[in-house]
Design a protein around this ligand. Sequence first.
Ligand code: VGL
Ligand code: ZN
Length: 188
Amino acid sequence: MPLPFEPSDALLLVDVQVDFCPGGSLPIPQGDTVVPVLNRWLEAAATTGIAVVASRDWHPPHHVSFEPQGGPWPVHCVQHTPGAAFHPDLALPNHTIVISKAETESQEAYSAFDGTGLAQRLRDAGIRRLWVGGLAEDVCVKATVLEALREGFEVRLIEGGMKPVTESGGQQARELMFQAGAQPGTLG
Ligand code: VGL
Ligand code: ZN
C-alpha cells in the first residue's frame, strides 16, 4: 500500500497523555486504545520523513480549569508531573515538535494553536496539511481541528486515532469537524 503522505504533510497528535488514559486523573474511556493506532501512523511518518507534532496539556498547579479553582475538570496534566507525560507506549521520534498549551493559570486553552505560535511554525516549515489524532476527540482535538481549518490548513482525521470524553460529544464533534471541512484519513 502506498502511504498517503506528501512532503507538505505533518502528523499532529493531540494530548496523548497519561492523565487522559485509564488510570489517570481525567480518564477518557478507552483513551489508551489510540496509542497502537497512532504508533502505526508514527511509523508511516518516519518512513516518509514527514514532520511530527505532539501537543500536551501543560497546566500550572492552580489552573482555572481545575475543580478546586471552580473549573469543570479534575486536576490534570500539571506541568512536570507523571500524569502530564506522554503515554509511555507512544513511540514519539526524537525530532517530535512538542507544543505545550494552557500554561497560563488564568486562561483555558483547548486548541493546540491557542497561544502557541503553532500555525506560524507550521507555515514556516511549509506544512499545509495535518493528519490529526489524539485526546479528547470532543474537547482538545475538536478545538485544534476547527482552528487548523480556520487557519487554512487541510485536515485529515485519523480513523480510530481519537476518543471522546462522552459518546454523544464525540458524535457531535465529528459532525462539526467534517462540516467545517475535515476529511477522513486512513492508512490503506
Ligand atoms: C482536555 C479537558 C481538559 C483535552 C484538556 O486535552 O481534551 N480535556 N483539558
Ligand atoms: Zn486541561
